[in-house]
Design a protein around this ligand. Structure first.
Ligand code: RNT
Ligand code: ZN
Length: 421
């Protein structure tokens, strides 16, 4: 897109927003501070590098589609990530799962992983001056096949997963230490049951016991921030999830961990945007897993929809950006994975920009004066304002392709690299 045109459109947009009392320059400065943690698993459908050709196995999550070009090696994945990061304005973070270590062609079981398997990634992040987040991988493993990990009644398995998660926290803390920015470690487990269980209580008691064992090891918060992720149900675990929202929110509030809100993990009529100010009364920080739920599935590519907009608005309105860690979580193998990655990350940024361009004070004033028509009218009006012109300008000043231009870059990468894999 022509630079002069982008600048001209921005000037007009700036004037229109100024008329509403909104400072677009300030919005752009704020937007630049928002970092998104990029979920590495979008590049290879949650396969990982434990063994060649590894694929996501069970555990209540599924990837569908067979679009060619998925990353099969760490080198390919890093190349893809560089392309993704070059197409997203601003600075981001990298979010790694434990199955993405550099295991040197040997099989290293999950209860044996160490910092050395991730040092290459840490160096990679150091070079790019970005922070890293981490996740234990409590799925796609023979010891998770019966559907239970940290809540397993099989003591051998439960201990195995506790050991794995402890090691993951140690690795995560080392990432935070070396990179000079706290690393968020997130725990999600697939434990649950397809049919109605009769002993929910023992399973939840076991999960609590495992978490207590895991968190008994303390790390400075400047290195590591712990988070726990709930889910309403998963594929094959329709009747009960051990780590439900009630379970984890209670645990987080009592033990001082963060809570992960994945917006694909609730009933479709529940809004994660509404949960932010609710949870932040009792927990210090939140980790978001931004995704797009479609009917019963939770992992479609994020788009700029009402759900994501409300999440961004609630964070900006409540001024809690410093207490919310933003991560993506989706995996779609039915379209160009790099393209999907960029579409989702940009959608999140656009939602934040939209939220930053809101005349909050005016709206609150209407609300406090009981002027509900005026509040509604203004919120509708904002949807017609030229935030797209501000977004294009943001891309321009950040030296990334503006508007539709990034589509072509991805098409070229698809032809030159992805299709040749
Ligand atoms: C699964 C959870 C979890 C995973 C990733 C791969 O439902 O959302 O966060 O998607 O850890
Ligand atoms: Zn998630």
């Amino acid at each position: 897109m022509k630079k002069a045109l982008v600048e001209k459109a921005y000037r007009l947009a700036k004037e229109q927003y100024a008329a509403l009392g909104v400072d677009t320059e300030k919005a752009l400065t704020e937007l630049n501070k928002i970092k998104i943690s990029l979920h590495c698993w979008q590049t290879d459908d949650v396969g990982g590098f434990e063994k060649p050709g590894a694929e996501l196995g069970g555990g209540g999550i599924q990837v569908t589609g067979n679009f060619p070009g998925k990353a099969k090696t760490i080198e390919q994945m890093r190349k893809d990530l560089d392309v993704v990061m070059a197409l997203i304005p601003g600075e981001q973070r990298l979010n790694l799962h434990a199955i993405y270590g550099e295991f040197g062609g040997k099989f290293v079981d999950r209860n044996k992983i160490e910092v050395k398997h991730f040092q290459g990634w840490i160096n990679w992040a150091k070079k790019r001056k970005i922070g890293m987040d981490f996740n234990c991988t409590c799925f796609s493993h023979p010891y998770a096949e019966d559907g239970f990990t940290l809540s397993s009644k099989n003591e051998k398995y439960r201990k195995f997963w506790v050991e794995h998660t402890k090691r993951c926290r140690a690795i995560s803390a080392e990432m935070g230490k070396q990179l000079g920015t706290p690393s968020v470690h997130n725990i999600w487990i697939p434990d649950g049951s397809k049919d109605t269980p009769v002993d929910r209580n023992t399973l939840r008691t076991l999960l609590k016991k495992s978490l207590d064992e895991i968190f008994a090891v303390k790390y400075p918060r400047k290195y590591l921030k712990d988070s726990i992720e709930s889910k309403l149900f998963g594929m094959g675990l329709e009747s009960m999830t051990v780590g439900s929202h009630d379970f984890y929110l209670g645990y987080a509030a009592k033990h001082g961990t963060m809570i992960t809100l994945d917006n694909g993990h609730f009933h479709p009529t529940e809004q994660v945007g509404d949960k932010i100010s609710a949870c932040l009364q009792s927990v210090d920080e939140i980790l978001l897993h931004l995704t797009r739920g479609v009917r019963w599935d939770s992992d479609h590519v994020v788009t700029f929809n009402d759900e994501i907009t409300l999440i961004a608005q609630e964070i900006i309105r409540a001024k809690v950006l410093n207490r919310v860690n933003i991560g993506l979580d989706y995996f779609d193998a039915s379209l160009n994975r790099i393209g999907a990655y960029v579409v989702g990350a940009r959608a999140v940024q656009i939602a934040f920009l939209f939220a930053l361009l809101e005349p909050f004070k005016t709206l609150v004033k209407f609300e406090e004066e009981g002027k509900n028509f005026e509040r509604l009218a203004m919120m509708e009006l904002l949807k017609t304002k030229p935030y797209g012109a501000v977004w294009d300008y943001f891309c321009l000043i950040n030296n990334v392709p503006v508007a539709e231009d990034y589509i072509e870059t991805i098409q070229e990468y698809e032809g030159n690299v992805l299709m040749k894999r």
